[in-house]
Design a binder for this molecule. Structure first.
Ligand SMILES: C[S@@+](CC[C@H](N)C(=O)[O-])C[C@H]1O[C@@H](n2cnc3c(N)ncnc32)[C@H](O)[C@@H]1O
Length: 817
């Protein structure tokens, strides 16, 4: 008999699922009930040729821990992915079959329940190896299935069919008699309805259609069919190379290099996220275009349209947009432009109005003036006339009237103008003014979840989705469900995986998985992609089963991620495993980003000015590029290369006076003003020897709120930024009362353009709206370099050139390829 070796599950590759944490299955002490375990199993030995050659084997658990208290898998410790210590155990011999407890006959590749703790559901596994250890005990190696509640979806597992389980790549060894019952777990195709999957179950107990990998909370396509099912013990032991092949097999390799990929940007703001995604994808030769964008904010929409004339920008709520899409599909069906629906249902019933009651459909007396529709201009869902009647409306140009007389009219009242409506729908259908299901390749967006903001003290922790302010997460997923894009990318604040035990993040992931999307979650720091800003955000990828799930681009710059990711989502941070081994560029500082910009005063009124100085750093050279020179820009460049939006929010006279008195040096803030003293415990107090100073307005030089902010411990009020600093995050409100936002050398806050630079907006990206609104657009944005790197990743998935694993290294000097 030869002793055997099992491969280590860890290969050091960050992206390899096998390097995922191995949750330690702690199995109740069955052992002590049995005197001699080997008697419990009737064994059929593996032929010698199947035995592995090395004398040692690696166990995922320590045998001494057998008697430890049982735990339910899927708890925080699993998601957090801590790897239990590994220990070498020698295997004396292998076998392919065993009669466990003298009653259950297990073969290699069989599925089974494994004993769990009292009151807990049994664990579910596949038996991938059976062997006798040198200690004479019989063991099996389990490859674990996770129920949805055991995955990171946890509290939102109600979204997932309870017959559905997920195959993990986590394997570990356990005493053979922990197997308590045989199960039938059927593999089904991912891209099928729940009902179909259930019908394929036949007399099976569960079905599975996806892998679940702990790093980046990944749900993805399974390896090819025979890999996990095979009864050959070898096939379950070495999965690494096979899984590479697997992905190549399941994904469609597309050669759509220059064919247009259409994106819908939801909650688009001024369009930073989609702008970055398009630039990145185009750098990789995938022609991604933002075809539609939706945002409630009029100014943000205007900014987006100004920079993306090719985009249909819809200034409306996402919930109305979804209702509109559904109505639009019906309209297209009624004019037989797409299949289904009730043909011509909007057409006027010929029998209607046969009797002349002297009043038309709109209640207009016939002797009153009749208006004739010249053209239908636009469509929306809502209450544009503000008559408290929500529904589908058309914007009408009236015959013999100009644009100033255009009005929104409910479609029901336009029964007489079917030809005009038809013309509008036919034209709109062919120019795709609105997407129909299947039209959208990519949906991106960051649904606002104000209910989870760290600043919001009234957050509904018990039931976060009941909070109106978090409703947009549901709307976002409903739109994905309706349009079924090939890919989805959702951005949000990290709080989404923190607040209420990460409920909202789990919900979003659960929705994607319930819609058969592959999905994964990454936490990315803006500064790591070449910005002087930390700003960590959550990015959730979704991809249809036919696609390759996009990866996360690893950092290009050496910015230490600030430790804000919750412990349970530690394995979701997009960072280099071995920071020392990574070739990273130097971190950027505020000076690198803005030191070339001309001085402007607190009351600068010019919206565009010449640059004046030449760029001083690589960053400045890059950010100043004309559109036509920007890597990945596709379109017409008519820009004038002047400097736009270099205006500060104008401080009121008192704040301006205060700012003037803040010294021009690193770390200066209100603490440097006359009358303030700092105690040993780093709290401020009034200096009793100094009389309180007053401004010409009669207000105090040092306001009370500055003294009491964070109980006197803060250095933020009226703080100057300095050239060699990195800002925590670019904010939406540019006022100096509780955040560091004063320019290093000028008596004003950072301008809109300076903030835009810290967010990586190219200088050619102009913004519209009042100054406060423009700050808001910039502060709300996804940092452009992060989106650009993600766009590159998306393109690699589209082209089928993405490598294996959840992360990849961007080409050197990206985006300057
Ligand atoms: C975080 S910002 C998005 C920023 C954008 N992704 C970017 O990169 O520039 C969120 C946006 O959601 C918009 N918004 C809020 N509620 C909305 C709703 N119900 N429907 C549509 N847009 C909404 C806000 O106006 C805001 O522009």
């Amino acid at each position: 008999m030869t002793n055997s070796k099992r491969k280590s599950s860890s290969n050091g590759n960050i992206a390899d699922p096998a390097s995922a944490s191995v949750p330690e299955k702690k199995i109740k002490g069955v052992k002590e009930e049995k005197e001699d375990l080997s008697n419990a199993a009737v064994v059929v030995e593996v032929p010698a040729s199947n035995d592995r050659d090395s004398p040692v084997r690696i166990s995922g658990r320590k045998t001494e821990k057998k008697e430890e208290k049982t735990k339910t898998i899927g708890s925080a410790e699993i998601a957090k992915g801590t790897e239990p210590p590994k220990e070498f155990i020698q295997a004396k011999r292998h076998f392919t079959e065993a009669l466990v407890d003298g009653r259950v006959h297990f073969k290699l590749g069989d599925d089974g329940y494994v004993q769990a703790g009292e009151g807990e559901d049994s664990y579910i596994c596949r038996v991938v190896e059976m062997f006798e250890g040198l200690d004479g005990e019989s063991y099996f190696c389990a490859q674990w299935f996770y129920r949805a509640k055991d995955t990171v979806i946890q509290a939102c597992s109600n979204l997932i069919d309870d017959k559905r389980v997920f195959l993990s790549e986590i394997k570990d060894d356990n005493p053979l008699d922990c197997l308590i019952e045989k199960l039938k777990i059927v593999r089904v195709p991912l891209d099928a309805e729940v009902g179909t999957k259930r019908s394929m179950l036949s007399n099976g107990n569960y079905y599975y259609d996806m892998s679940y990998l702990v790093p980046f909370s990944t749900f993805q396509n399974l390896p090819p069919d025979n890999e996990v099912d095979g009864n050959e013990s070898d096939s379950t032991i070495s999965s690494e190379s096979d899984s590479n092949v697997a992905v190549a097999k399941v994904m469609k390799i597309k050669d759509d290099k220059r064919s247009v990929m259409r994106m819908l940007d939801l909650y688009s703001g001024c369009g930073a996220m989609s702008t970055g995604l398009c630039l990145g994808a185009n750098i990789a030769n995938v022609n991604l275009v933002t075809r539609w964008a939706v945002d409630l904010n009029t100014y943000a929409c205007e900014s987006l349209k100004l920079n993306h004339p090719e985009t249909e920008v819809r200034n409306e709520s996402a919930e109305d947009f979804l209702l509109l899409l559904k109505e639009w599909e019906k309209l297209c069906q009624s004019f037989s432009l797409v299949g289904g629906g009730d043909p011509m249902s909007v057409e006027k019933d010929e029998t209607e109005n046969e009797e002349d009651d002297g009043v038309d459909d709109n209640g207009v007396g016939l002797d009153e003036e009749i208006f004739e529709v010249e053209k239908v201009l636009s469509i929306c869902y809502g209450d544009p006339k503000e008559i408290k009647k929500r529904g589908l409306y058309l914007k009408i140009r009236w015959k013999n009237y100009g644009p100033e007389e255009d009005t929104w009219e409910p479609i029901d009242g336009l029964g007489d103008c079917q030809d005009k409506i038809k013309q509008f729908v036919v034209e709109g259908f062919s120019s795709k003014i609105l997407p129909l299901p299947g039209d959208v390749d990519v949906i991106c967006g960051g649904p606002p979840c104000q209910g989870i903001s760290g600043f919001n003290r009234f957050r509904n922790k018990e039931s976060p989705l009941d909070d109106e302010k978090n409703k947009q997460l549901v709307v976002y997923m409903d739109i994905v469900e309706y349009l079924k894009p090939r890919f989805a990318l959702m951005e949000n604040v990290v709080d989404i995986v923190k607040f209420a035990k990460g409920f909202l993040g789990r919900y979003a992931l659960g929705r994607l998985v319930s819609m058969n999307y592959q999905a994964r979650v990454g936490l990315m720091t803006a500064g790591s992609y070449g910005l002087p800003q930390f700003r960590m955000r959550m990015f959730m990828w979704g991809a249809r089963p036919s696609e390759k799930l996009p990866q996360y681009p690893l950092p290009t710059h050496n910015v230490v991620t600030r430790g804000v990711s919750p412990v349970e989502f530690d394995s979701n941070a997009v960072i280099h495993d071995d920071i020392k081994g990574a070739e990273l560029e130097k971190e950027l500082y505020i000076g690198d980003a803005i030191s070339d910009l001309p001085p402007v005063s607190n009351d600068e009124e010019r919206d565009k000015i010449p640059y004046g100085d030449t760029p001083k750093t690589e960053f400045q050279k890059f950010i100043r590029l004309k559109k036509k020179d920007m890597p990945g820009f596709v379109g017409i460049d008519s820009s004038d290369h002047l400097l736009y939006d270099h205006q500060p929010y104008k401080l009121n006279e008192d704040d301006y006076q205060r700012s003037c008195q803040i010294p021009k040096r690193k770390g200066a803030c209100f603490r440097d003003l006359k009358g303030v003293r700092v105690r040993d415990d780093n709290r401020v107090e009034w200096d009793p020897d100094v009389e309180r100073v007053y401004l010409p307005s009669g207000k105090p030089l040092v306001p009370d709120y500055a003294m009491s902010f964070v109980e006197g411990r803060s250095t933020k009020p009226f703080a100057r930024l300095w050239w060699d600093e990195i800002v925590p995050t670019v904010v939406t409100r540019a006022e100096p009362h509780n955040q560091a936002i004063l320019h290093p050398l000028q008596d004003r806050v950072l301008t809109i353009r300076e903030n835009a630079r810290l967010q990586g907006f190219p200088d050619y990206y102009k913004l519209l709206g009042p100054i406060k609104e423009r700050y808001m657009q910039v502060g709300n944005a996804v940092a452009v370099p992060v989106a650009r790197a993600l766009g590159y990743s998306l393109a690699m998935s589209c082209k089928g050139t993405a490598t294996e694993g959840a992360v990849f290294i961007l080409p050197k000097k990206f985006p300057n390829l």
